[in-house]
Design a protein around this ligand. Structure first.
Ligand code: PA5
Length: 426
């Protein structure tokens, strides 16, 4: 059956003590995965606000805010962190919108050097500021918001209010209450946690401002969901998760995502956060969950691959192969008398990348590091939307197999308490 993405398993079956075998894979798929797919399907359908509802929401309101921002500002500064920021960054990095003159910038880290780098020289008179925080309590976001607000006030006085857009939950949180009192524009945040919110206004508004066709993102996600609902445990999402989980049970707890396209470098940061916060949990008093690692082909062939192949045998790789690049590979004119060493180097770039992906997967398998290849036919908004949903469904299914709640993050609370304590004692 033709699907948006295919998951090639040929390099998963390795030899050695902790190897993945086709038999164990099939057994797991037809028993545990099959059951988990059904449970997830029921749970997702009974939630009114869940990741599966987002692809079907209207984009009209988001688009009209985006037009307003594009018409009014040369720059949009987005202040947000974690799940409230990484999705939008991943979209904009992967899909450069060609229709927008408004430049979208992100501030996520209260690092003073970074603050200076991003804000230095910003034309405040023509800069809109979008603050995104579901909880309205995140320290870094509140602190950056206060600093930027002061800059706007200095430059624009009372006029600064129209430059501030606050995307948060309308639930009496401190940011919401403050913004309401000050008369800033308030935009509602869906009742879905940051790392699952990329296909809501959280990811879509910055993307639309930078000219990304956001309806196409949702269409891709909706189509991927349709496939998954039809095919259940036979779908590529289920196969991918079964391989990852099987590897995990065999001690391969480090799970690497390695796209062979620069355009997905920020997507892998989004994946890393989604995987880590959703799966790294305590279950009956014991820590569980794989460690997600982001890598980039071909660059990390000259960095990480040595470790993946000959280091601890605790890794499983997922390579993302882009089968069609947007740009044609530049064509070399025929050069007579090239030394032999240049023969392969004269191949088209796209072929070099493809051969590198397949060759690396094959070599990793011989070193007991299994690798699956996820093939993405094209990197446009449609396929990117489908890719987000692919990994969201995957993490929800994986959480069901692991028997953990993917939607909470209790492990970050203690750190927040300690930071607050230190800051208030200064
Ligand atoms: O995915 C998550 O839930 C987190 O990474 C949050 O997005 C992050 O902590 C920021 O939270 P908030 O949107 O409440 O500021």
């Amino acid at each position: 059956m033709k699907t948006i993405f295919s998951y090639d398993k040929r390099y998963l079956w390795t030899k050695g003590e902790r190897s993945l075998s086709k038999i164990a894979f099939r057994q797991l798929l037809q028993t545990k995965t099959k059951g988990a797919v059904e449970t997830v399907r029921k749970n997702l359908m009974t939630h009114e606000t869940s990741v599966v509802s987002l692809p079907f929401a209207s984009t009209e309101e988001i688009q009209s805010w985006a037009f307003h921002i594009q018409k009014t500002y040369t720059h949009l500064l987005v202040i947000a962190t974690g799940g409230s920021s990484l999705g939008a960054q991943a979209i904009i990095h992967a899909i450069a919108g060609s229709t927008s003159k408004t430049k979208v910038l992100f501030l996520s880290n209260p690092d003073p050097d970074e603050y200076r780098r991003i804000t230095k020289g910003l034309p405040w008179v023509t800069t809109g500021v979008l603050v995104i925080s579901k909880s309205g309590k995140t320290l870094e976001v509140l602190s950056l918001f206060l600093l930027v607000r002061e800059q706007l006030q200095k430059k624009l006085g009372k006029q600064h209010t129209s430059h501030l857009f606050i995307l948060t939950q309308f639930d009496e949180n401190p940011l919401y209450l403050f913004a309401k009192e000050q008369g800033y524009t308030l935009l509602p945040h869906v009742d879905i946690g940051g790392r699952f919110s990329v296909l809501s206004s959280v990811g879509l508004l910055p993307a639309a401002v930078s000219g990304v066709p956001i309806a196409d993102l949702l269409k891709g996600a909706a189509d991927l969901l349709g496939e998954y609902q039809k095919q259940g445990f036979s779908h590529a999402v289920s196969h991918f998760v079964t391989a990852q989980y099987l590897a995990y049970t065999l001690g391969k707890t480090e799970q690497i995502l390695m796209p062979y396209t620069e355009r997905l470098t920020l997507f892998t940061k989004w994946y890393r956060q989604l995987w880590a916060e959703s799966l790294g949990k305590e279950r009956r008093g014991r820590g569980v969950g794989p460690t997600p690692i982001d890598a980039l082909g071909t660059v990390d062939q000259h960095s990480q691959i040595q470790l993946y192949n000959q280091g601890l045998k605790n890794k499983i790789l997922t390579f993302i192969e882009l089968t069609n690049f947007d740009e044609e590979s530049p064509v070399l004119r025929k050069i007579a008398g090239l030394p032999d060493a240049f023969k392969e180097a004269a191949s088209p770039l796209s072929l070099i990348v493809r051969a590198s992906c397949r060759g690396t997967a094959c070599a990793s398998a011989t070193h007991e590091s299994p690798g699956g290849i996820l093939s993405v036919p094209k990197l446009d908004a449609y396929h990117l939307g489908a890719l987000f949903l692919f990994f969201e469904l995957a993490v929800i299914l994986y959480a069901e197999l692991l028997q953990v709640n993917p939607y909470d993050q209790p492990g970050v609370e203690e750190g927040k308490r300690q930071i607050k304590k230190l800051l208030s004692s200064l």
